[in-house]
Write a protein that binds this ligand. Sequence first.
Ligand SMILES: NC(=O)c1ccc[n+]([C@@H]2O[C@H](COP(=O)([O-])OP(=O)(O)OC[C@H]3O[C@@H](n4cnc5c(N)ncnc54)[C@H](OP(=O)(O)O)[C@@H]3O)[C@@H](O)[C@H]2O)c1
Length: 318
Amino acid sequence: MIKIVVNVSGSAHRKRGGDDSKDSKRMENQRGIIQEVADGSISVFFHNILPLLQTGTVCIFKFESCGGKAMSLHEKVALVTGSGRGIGRAIAERYAARGAKVVINYASNSAPAEEVVGKIVREGGNAVAIQADIARVDDIRRLFDKALDTYGRLDIVVANAGIELVAQSVLDFTEADFDRLFAVNAKGAFFTLQQAARHIADNGRIIYIGTSNTAFPLPGRALYGGSKIAAQFLVQVLAKEVGHRGVAVNSILPTAIEGAGVFTDGVRSEVREFVKSFRPMQRMGTVEDVADAAEYLAGDLAGFVSGQHLMVSGGGPA
Ligand SMILES: NC(=O)c1ccc[n+]([C@@H]2O[C@H](COP(=O)([O-])OP(=O)(O)OC[C@H]3O[C@@H](n4cnc5c(N)ncnc54)[C@H](OP(=O)(O)O)[C@@H]3O)[C@@H](O)[C@H]2O)c1
């Protein structure tokens, strides 16, 4: 449910002959009207301003989420790469909960991907799992073709699939390390965003999941950060190339996230203490924190936000 607070402009009331100071006080008293939104329909319940409305203007000035169906993605189709596990899964499940039909993508682990589909369907949603290795351009094309064959359109694409290799010195990386990381994180993200730009519906949303590492270059992160920053640049270029169609392109840059990647099986207490020592909010990020940002960027409230990098890091570095 959404609560909408509306305000009544003073001009119409003044026309009725009241003096300005008295009117503005009375205007203040007209605030605080509540209405309900359900399945896209709006009913407004006014308390004591009905006479004013006959000649006045009402403007909605504030939306407040009251939990539940805060935002609707009904009729939307979302594709999230790398969504069998971790951050991608949380984003896909969130979109499904908001009513979108969702394409789940995985590289080799079909069981978790099918589990996500099963959960979404049990909860009344609509989802399909499609295998595709994002390191292979042919696979990316096949993924988009199958998604379009299945649902007929794409409104939201999240380029999330990525692999991590950290805590290693520049001196120790091999050519194989370089090729493996850049194949998924740079080449894979590039061609995912290219396919997204080709196939996304007008007014659609393209979101890239980068990393806050690119804003805070730390020892050990050279290859990971280097491979992730390429698509961040592409986001800014693509935003300019597809903006005329109303399509918004943005990045989310999460910090270290509990329940995903290297922290899938938990976080050691010394890591937690270390995080507390420098992060203003003194906690790890969660997959839900990232899903919150992905929900915002996919929804109506972010329609004019494009070419941006939204850091989800509790105010701190990686
Ligand atoms: N975890 C963090 O702390 C963190 C922080 C900042 C940014 N990120 C970024 O967030 C994104 C998701 O990371 P995560 O930690 O959630 O990952 P994760 O828990 O390791 O899950 C990875 C998901 O991506 C899929 N995937 C991996 N390689 C793929 C490929 N070549 N083609 C298609 N799918 C592939 C996996 O499929 P399979 O199950 O089949 O392998 C799995 O579904 C990445 O881009 C990462 O750089 C993560």
